[in-house]
Design a binder for this molecule. Structure first.
Ligand code: HEM
Length: 193
């Protein structure tokens, strides 16, 4: 797909800005995020064997699990920069026009004022929307696609490998060194018991 886009750019069908922004969209916004959802989500599941067993027994619960994976350990640490256009007070702190604001989505998703027992992995939370896909006019346009991809990947892995288990101490796992993204370099697992 990228080769085709480069070819169209060379032929003048799309300009360089469209080419780079579309490549960024496909690789970062569209791909890395979903890779991280699958890795972080499987890690959460494998660290909660009781929940994993409940899901294996009834895969129709997958959408609830994917939502809780997104809340509990989402792929995007911080939203993109915001700059107020007029003075605004956030959490008691006055921000002036033009000052940069970085919203921590991971912290918001563990906010005890928004979620009961926020550090618990509890699929099926009702009426507690998470911020993993942002909020408002810039809400992720790929949210529905990402959820379907997560359901397909995690559902198939569970079906195919009934004895799937973590093959490392979670403290040994290493994470991408990124201020924006939260994803695993690798997730060592044992496929067969
Ligand atoms: C689990 C996977 C994903 C997560 C956690 C995620 C997360 C986010 C977040 C938090 C934002 C809002 C950023 C902000 O307000 O500063 C966003 C925006 C966006 N996402 Fe995703 N995303 C995911 C998958 C995808 C996919 C699959 C696509 C496209 C194929 C995509 C395309 C976009 C685009 C184009 C925007 C910008 C929307 C705008 O500014 O109007 N994302 N995403």
């Amino acid at each position: 797909m990228l080769t085709d886009l480069v070819r169209r750019s060379n032929q003048g069908e799309i300009d360089k800005d469209e080419l780079t922004s579309t490549a960024f969209l496909l690789l970062i916004a569209g791909h890395e995020t979903t890779v991280a959802l699958i890795g972080n989500g499987l890690l959460a599941l494998l660290r909660h064997p009781g929940q994993a067993a409940a899901l294996r027994a009834d895969l129709s619960l997958l959408p609830d699990f994917i939502d809780e994976m997104l809340r509990y350990d989402g792929p995007v640490r911080n939203a993109t920069w915001r700059f107020p256009t007029e003075p605004v007070v956030i959490g008691g702190q006055e921000m002036l026009p033009g000052e940069p604001i970085l919203v921590s989505l991971l912290a918001a998703n563990r906010d005890p004022a928004a979620f009961a027992d926020p550090d618990a992995f509890s699929p099926g939370r009702i009426g507690e929307p998470h911020l993993a896909f942002g909020r408002g006019p810039h809400y992720c346009v790929g949210a529905a696609l990402a959820k379907v991809e997560g359901e397909a990947a995690i559902g198939r892995v569970l079906e195919r490998f009934p004895d799937l288990a973590l093959a490392t101490d979670p403290a040994e796992l290493s994470w991408w060194p990124s201020a924006i993204m939260r994803g695993l370099f690798s997730l060592p697992v044992r496929l067969h018991g």
